[in-house]
Write a protein that binds this ligand. Structure first.
Ligand code: NAD
Length: 335
């Protein structure tokens, strides 16, 4: 299968590309290698993919419609996974325009390219952040979500709405995946596990928001990749049993699906820190701070729909996943 992966130099995109290549797919990566975080980490992830004979790559932004169209024309992908986006909740308060450019204009360009090139299936990254704050736990995909508390979340919800119109109007099969806090080797430097590890090893205090009363559904990257591939392989068909004007996003007569993809374990942030301390063999000094604007106190993922439709079954306990991250971090940064 020929799969175009946007964000292939990113955390999840590089793991996904590796797994697709390992099973014999041809992969074309599209990524602008922007400087939101250390581009050397992106280059290092990419360097592991480039030697593979079935991997092609172009460095360009989703907003560059001509470059995107050229990539679609040259590679003629059968399926597309859109992971390129401006990620991060907190940064969306500082630089809102980056989110509109990448996640709205860029996503529109992806939808248009898929539509005009007859792509069989578009899988794209949504986020648990679409659920907003103070919701019934676990988060169920059957519940409507209309109160995002950050612009990042609003752009991810918008992607689901935009995908629905393309599925409905142009019969483009689309699957949105609401990722829940993904972690693992080659992880993102702006995310808590990476930040905590760097600070604990440097003997600096770690910032613990919401006075440590956070919980998250932490999902190991290999489990996420397994779920993305299972979703990619299962092309949604139009569902004649549902009304095209159905009120909930997961149900529609169009070839359109949205799933949660998480670990189905609600873990207290303080427990996560304890596991990290054990793996590092060091205690942390904690700076307890209030809840940050745009952040939500809890996430917890109901994975039933994805399990039912694809057999997705996350299996990595945080003790194992965090230890693999620490092993990678020590190797990569030689600390
Ligand atoms: P990442 O930042 O590591 O990867 C994104 C990649 O896309 C980067 O390599 C970046 O250079 C590229 N990119 C960004 N904007 C681009 C643009 N306009 N044009 C071309 N390339 C661009 O992030 P990640 O953690 O791998 O996340 C992948 C996707 O999953 C994102 O859409 C993110 O919003 C979503 N997501 C991630 C998590 C998580 O916990 N990691 C949780 C929820 C949702």
């Amino acid at each position: 299968m020929r799969v175009l992966v946007t964000g292939a130099a990113g955390f999840i995109g590089s793991h996904l590309s590796e797994r697709l290549l390992a099973r014999g797919d041809e992969v074309f990566g599209f990524d602008d290698l922007n400087a939101y975080y250390d581009p050397r980490l992106k280059q290092a992830r990419l360097a592991r993919l480039i030697p593979h004979p079935n991997f092609g790559f172009v460095r360009a932004a989703l907003e560059d419609q001509a470059a995107l169209n050229a990539a679609f024309a040259d590679f003629a992908p059968q399926r597309v996974v859109n992971l390129a986006a401006q990620a991060g909740v907190r940064y969306s308060l500082e630089n809102p325009r980056a989110y509109i450019d990448s996640n709205i204009v860029g996503f529109l360009n992806v939808l248009e390219a898929c539509r005009h090139r007859g792509v069989e299936h578009l899988v794209y990254a949504s986020s648990s952040s679409v659920y907003g704050a103070n919701r019934k736990l676990p988060f169920s995909v059957e519940d409507g979500v209309d109160h995002p508390v950050s612009l990042y979340a609003a752009t991810k919800k918008s992607n689901e709405l935009m995908a629905h119109t393309y599925s409905h109007l142009f019969d483009l099969p689309t699957t949105g995946l609401r990722f829940f806090t993904v972690y693992g080797p080659w992880g993102r430097p702006d995310m808590s596990l990476f930040l905590f590890t760097r600070k604990i090893l440097a003997g600096e205090p770690i910032e613990v928001f919401n006075h440590g009363r956070h919980s998250r559904d932490f999902t190991y990257v290999d489990d996420i990749v397994e779920g993305v591939i299972r979703s990619l392989d299962r092309v949604p068909a139009p569902d004649p049993d549902y009304d095209a004007m159905a009120p909930t996003p997961a149900r529609s007569s169009a070839p359109y699906r949205v799933y949660n993809i998480g670990n189905h374990q609600q873990v207290e942030l303080l427990r996560y820190i304890e596991v990290l301390e054990q793996c590092l063999g060091r205690r942390s000094e904690r700076l307890l701070l209030p809840l940050q604007p745009g952040d939500v106190p809890d996430t917890y993922c109901d994975v039933e729909a994805l399990q039912r439709d694809t057999g997705y079954a996350p299996s990595t306990p945080i003790e194992v996943g965090v230890s693999r991250f620490v092993e990678w971090y020590r190797y990569f940064y030689q600390v």
